[in-house]
Every structure is written in structure tokens, then in C-alpha cells.
Design a protein around this ligand. Structure first.
Ligand code: AHR
Length: 556
């Protein structure tokens, strides 16, 4: 929302600058020191550090609670791709990198702090060529295969079902398993689920026990294929539906603890972008859902949307300027309309919103880092990505009635990751810190917040200057997340709470000197959150937000 007040505030600010500058120029005519003042003032003008903060009135209305912000909106995605699994999670039990049964301890510790709700695995495109039997049994007897999707490298299959489930146990997350619909059979997938979930002494249960895990595993989410319109088999919507019904019917979860409650959710392949091809896809799957019988069902529809202004991804992940910054954030905000478009189609066939929208691949996708294997999708992760992540999480929260799952792509070393590793070294990315700061929003109740967003304009692109969401956690504490997109101008937030009083607000803010500031192995703390607290002025909390920052505060 942008109003006349905003425009007036913007004009006042510009006038302030002009007055400041003309004063400085008058002074500068007499001496060297005054010339220096001019240089300093010009620098402050250009960087925005010396600018008066724009004031934004923000009101949180606790009397109108909205839907639950499902914790699954903070899901992760780990594909057999580059060093996402091998090197990133799995180093093997004999590695000199500290590990527990082959899984890196440093990565597990970092991920535990994110309270990761679920991990989608084994792909991506990899999933539709994955044959689960290659990944069970003694490690030295496992088939060595290839990974044609991602660099054509050797797939050792040393990380398979048991290792994945062990990893989930170690970080405390649920399994989101994508089955092979593209090149596998219904029987292969049905056997895999029986292998993972059967408690009765079937042959497959006994095989699992012999491989070290007698107890049935929980499989919370089942992906019925991946991008079946493209790398998953290039199917038409009708053909996909006819295939999907069989997988939905016969691929069963036998875990006794998941029969009445905690049932496995089946996620069908959904759209992959904007335009008629994708609306037709959603329409076809949802129409079939509306007509479904007792014999098959779906509980979710997947949606993939990467922030890429033009394919193939060519923008840089580090060493870019404000042009790219504005362009990428403009593109990422398209997520909102895409969700709205596909939610509207879903509403037509499922007005009760039984089928969740799972945005199970999202994030910024840039050019591969120079010198890296282009098939490994290696990119840096900057302050811009932290802001991108916050904006998307806010969009998901605002659509929380329909969007009940999302998985950022991808967890480690691939695309917009949480963590980068290089052999023994590990660094946490700016995106990691946003996920950490947003933990209080997991399963919290959405609370409406109204504010005048203002505008930020660069190179013909105009974006809202500020974004914000609020939520109440299970203990009744109110949380506010605010992003200041503007890379130059600080913002002052005057926050009030309708239906409650405010005493204090404390939390963390994430910013850095430049939009492309990154954490590296040598400088891991360039972009890390810092404490922030609000001042109480009358019945309002006043928060000063730095340019290009993400802030989360808990309100008492
Ligand atoms: O995340 C990388 C790839 O992007 C996934 O394998 C695929 O599903 C998508 O196209």
C-alpha cells in the first residue's frame, strides 16, 4: 500500500537532502575543511547513512487472528546434486571431519537450531531416476551409478534410505520422500514404502531389520513425482493424472502410528511457473481431485517457482550492484501473484482448502560460481538472498490458509542454501540467519498487520519499501518481522497493537554494508544478526531499521 502520505514524506526527505547539500556547498566555498565537510555530506547523501529515517505507522491487530503459519513453510530440500549430500551432509564414518555414523556434526548442530520441519529428498529431477534398492544394504556392496542430471558424476549410493532417516533423526525433522514416477514403476515405489513403514514381519520389513532398523520409520510426506511436466517425464496434464492416481492408490504407508492420526500427506505435481501451460496443469489435477473416489486421494499440490528473471540463470550471486538487487526482488515478489492465481483455481475445485499448496522448490537461482562445475549449481548467498527469503516467507504466511508447505532449494551447497561447506570448513549463509530468526513463526497464529509500505525505486523498478508480518506463538507472545528493502534509506517503525498494550520489543536485525555482502570461510561473520530493541514512546514502540535489513522482534 502506498499513499499520498508516503509521497509527502519522500518529498520532505528529498528537500532535507537538498537543503543540507546547498548549505554544504555554500560553506565549502571558503576553506579546505569545509570542502571536506561537503565530501562527507555527499557521501552520506549517496549512502543514505545520514538521511532522516522515513516513519512508517504500523498497527498489529490481535483481535483478528488468522490461520496457523504451518511449520512446514520452513521446510528444506536436499537433492543428490553437487555437494548437497556428499560433502554437505555425508562424509562417511571414516572421515576425519567429525561425524556421527557418517553425517557431519557441524551441519547437524547448525540445522537443529533451525527446527527444520521436514526435508524433501532425494530430488528434484534426481528422484525420477532414483532406484531405492541401490541405496540399501552394506555400503561396499551398493551399486555405483551415475547422476546424469547433475554433472554426470558418479553416484556412490552410500547415502540411501537408512542414512537419510538417520540424518532426519539427528536434526529432528520429518521425511518428505519424492518417489520415482518418471522412470520407476508403481511396484518399485510401493515396495519402498513398505520397506520404510511396515511393522509386521513381511519380507521387506525383515530386510530393513537385517539392515539395522527393525522399527518402522515415519514418512510424513510423499511426493508423487517431481516436475512430471519436464524432467520427470514430460507428461501432459491428463497423462500425469492417470499415472498419479495409480501411485496414490498403491503406494501405501503401513506405519501403525500413521493410520488414524499423523497420516502421510500425498503431494501431487503442480505448476512450475506463470502462464496458461501452468494454469491448465493445476486445473486438470484439481478437477481430477474434485472427482476422486475412495480409492485414491491427494493432500497437497506442489508448486515450483525460482527467482530467475531470465532462463538460463545469468545474474551473479556475488559482485553485483543495485540494478540486479532491484531486478531480483521484483522477480521474487511475483511469488505472491502466482500463489494467488493457483489458489484461485484450487478454490474452484476445493473450496474447503483440503488440498494444501506446497511450494516445494523456491529460491534465488543465479549463474554458477566461476570455476565450479556448472552441473553442481554452486552459488554464493548474500544479504540480498536474506531479504529475498524474508519476502517469500512473508508471502507464504499471508497465504497460510492454502500454502501449508514450502521447501527452499536447496539446503546445503546448492542454489540458495543455508550452509556452505568446503571439506572441513563450514559457513552459515545470510539465508540461514533469516530462517533462524523466523523460528518463532513456526506454527504461530497469523495476526493481521496494516502499514503504509512506501516505495523504493531504482532504474525504473518500483517496489514496496517495507514488508511486515506478525504472529502469535503458542505461548501467546507476539512476533513481528519487518524487512526494509530500501538499500539506502533507514526506516522508523512506529508500531501499535490493537487489542493489547505494548511494553517492549526486542529481537534481532540482519544487515550488512552492501547488498552483495556475503559470509565466507575466512570471514564468516560479515552478515550475522545483531540485537535490536524498540523504544517505548507513549503507547507506541519505535524501531529504527537499517537500510536493506530483516528484523524480527518479540513484543511484550
Ligand atoms: O533444484 C534444482 C532442480 O530444479 C530440481 O532438481 C528440479 O526439480 C528443478 O527444476
Amino acid at each position: 500500500m502506498s499513499t499520498a502520505n508516503d509521497t509527502a514524506a519522500l518529498k520532505t526527505s528529498v528537500n532535507d537532502y537538498l537543503n543540507l547539500l546547498s548549505g554544504a556547498i555554500r560553506l565549502a566555498s571558503s576553506s579546505l575543511s569545509e570542502w571536506l565537510s561537503l565530501v562527507v555530506l555527499l557521501t552520506l547523501f549517496l549512502t543514505g547513512l545520514g538521511s532522516p529515517a522515513q516513519t512508517i505507522e504500523l498497527s498489529v491487530d490481535t483481535s483478528k487472528p488468522g490461520p496457523t503459519i504451518n511449520r512446514n513453510l520452513f521446510g528444506q530440500f536436499a537433492e543428490h546434486l553437487g555437494h548437497g549430500i556428499y560433502g554437505g551432509i555425508w562424509v562417511g564414518p571414516n572421515s576425519n571431519i567429525p561425524n556421527t555414523r557418517g553425517i557431519r556434526n557441524d551441519v547437524v548442530t547448525a540445522l537443529k537450531a533451525l527446527k527444520v520441519p521436514n526435508v524433501r529428498w532425494p530430488g528434484g529431477c534426481f528422484a525420477d531416476e532414483y532406484h531405492w534398492r541401490n541405496g540399501i544394504g552394506p555400503a561396499d556392496k551398493r551399486a555405483v551409478t551415475l547422476n546424469p542430471n547433475w554433472g554426470g558424476v558418479i553416484e556412490p549410493n552410500t547415502f540411501g534410505t537408512h542414512e537419510f532417516m538417520d540424518f532426519l533423526d539427528q536434526i529432528g525433522a520429518d521425511a518428505y520422500v519424492s518417489i520415482n514416477v518418471g522412470s520407476g514403476t508403481v511396484k518399485e515405489a510401493a515396495d519402498w514404502l513398505e520397506y520404510m513403514t511396515a511393522a509386521q514381519p513381511t519380507t521387506l520389513q525383515k530386510e530393513r531389520a537385517a539392515n539395522g532398523h527393525p522399527d518402522a520409520w515415519k514418512v510424513g510426506y510423499l511426493g508423487l513425482g517431481n516436475e512430471s511436466w519436464d524432467c520427470g517425464g514430460n507428461m501432459s496434464p491428463d497423462y500425469y493424472v492417470s499415472q498419479m492416481k495409480k501411485f496414490s492408490r498403491f503406494v501405501r504407508n503401513y506405519n501403525p502410528a500413521q493410520q488414524d492420526k499423523d497420516q502421510m500427506l500425498k503431494i501431487a505435481v503442480g505448476p512450475g511457473g506463470d502462464g496458461p501451460r501452468w494454469t491448465e496443469w493445476t486445473d486438470t489435477v484439481m478437477k481430477a481431485y474434485q472427482q476422486h473416489t475412495w480409492s485414491w486421494d491427494i493432500n497437497g499440490l506442489s508448486m515450483h517457482f525460482y527467482t530467475v528473471p531470465h532462463w538460463p540463470p545469468s545474474l551473479k550471486s556475488v559482485g553485483f550492484g543495485e540494478d540486479d538487487y532491484a531486478q531480483i526482488l521484483k522477480t521474487t515478489l511475483e511469488m505472491n501473484d502466482l500463489i494467488a492465481t493457483h489458489s484461485a483455481i484450487m478454490d474452484k475445485y476445493d473450496p474447503q482448502k483440503k488440498v494444501a499448496l506446497f511450494v516445494d522448490e523456491w529460491g534465488g537461482w543465479y549463474a554458477p560460481l566461476p570455476g565450479s562445475n556448472p552441473g553442481f549449481l554452486v552459488q554464493q548467498n548474500s544479504l540480498r538472498d536474506a531479504i529475498l527469503a524474508a519476502l517469500n516467507l512473508d508471502i507464504f504466511a499471508r497465504h497460510a490458509d492454502r500454502v501449508r508447505g514450502a521447501n527452499i532449494a536447496q539446503m546445503i551447497n546448492v542454489l540458495q542454501s543455508m550452509i556452505l561447506t568446503d571439506n572441513k570448513k563450514m559457513v552459515l549463509t545470510p539465508t540461514y540467519y533469516v530462517f533462524k530468526m523466523y523460528v518463532p513463526f513456526q506454527d504461530a497464529t497469523f495476526v493481521p498487520v496494516t502499514f503504509n509500505a512506501g516505495t523504493y525505486t531504482h532504474g525504473g523498478i518500483t517496489l514496496p519499501r517495507v514488508d511486515a508480518i506478525a504472529a502469535k506463538d503458542k505461548a501467546g507472545k507476539l512476533w513481528l518481522a519487518i524487512t526494509n528493502i530500501d538499500p539506502d534509506q533507514p526506516v522508523e517503525i512506529d508500531a501499535s497493537v490493537v487489542g493489547g498494550s505494548v511494553k517492549s520489543a526486542t529481537g534481532e536485525t540482519l544487515t550488512a554494508p552492501k547488498v552483495d555482502s556475503v559470509n565466507t570461510f575466512d570471514a564468516p561473520d560479515a552478515v550475522v544478526p545483531k540485537p535490536i530493541s524498540a523504544n517505548l514512546e507513549g503507547d507506541k514502540l519505535t524501531l529504527k531499521l537499517q537500510p536493506k535489513s530483516v528484523t524480527v522482534v518479540g513484543i511484550e
